[in-house]
Unconditional design. Structure first.
Length: 178
């Protein structure tokens, strides 16, 4: 179900607090029982807001961030993307993250954020996109529904716990639309 009262736009520095709230709330609701509680309990708005502010105002940014906001101006989701951050020889672009407040999931917002990211990757001359997702993340099927193909797996360390991640990829992103 599409929500027409949601606008997807490029993030601005004044969105740092809203992005932080979505980031922290999403991790708390999605990763409780997956990621160590000590890590999640340490994630606060006060901790994350300065990080997002710095990221949004960095003069040498190569990434881009989109927000989904209500008609009232509340940020309820965001996506970040840019050049692939690892050394994958086949994928030049990456969807770094999509997070949506739990009460706004299932309304087409994630698809709209993914599409905005895909378009920006194409504008930047990137041809292929990947995303890394914790295998235990119940939302990982979202990427499969968008046509992402499983590529590879690895383990990441979060607060001393090794967690498996899976990457999904899309080839020739200029020829697809989410």
């Amino acid at each position: 179900m599409e929500t027409p009262s949601i606008t997807v736009r490029e993030a601005r520095p004044e969105d740092a607090e809203g992005i932080s709230r979505v980031h922290v709330d999403s991790w708390h609701s999605t990763y409780r029982g997956i990621v160590p509680d000590s890590y999640l309990d340490g994630m606060t708005y006060e901790q994350r807001t300065p990080r997002w502010s710095a990221r949004l105002t960095a003069p040498d940014r190569t990434d881009f961030i989109f927000v989904a906001e209500t008609a009232e101006g509340e940020v309820v989701g965001f996506a970040a993307g840019g050049p692939e951050r690892g050394s994958d020889p086949d994928y030049d672009g990456e969807l770094y993250a999509i997070y949506i407040r739990k009460e706004h999931q299932g309304q087409g917002i994630g698809r709209r954020l993914a599409e905005a990211t895909r378009r920006r990757l194409v504008q930047a001359g990137m041809q292929h996109m990947l995303v890394w997702v914790l295998e235990s993340n119940p939302s990982r099927h979202f990427y499969e529904a968008l046509g992402g193909r499983p590529i590879s797996t690895k383990e990441i360390d979060i607060a001393g716990t090794l967690l498996p991640e899976r990457s999904y990829g899309w080839r020739n992103v200029a020829s697809i639309e989410f």
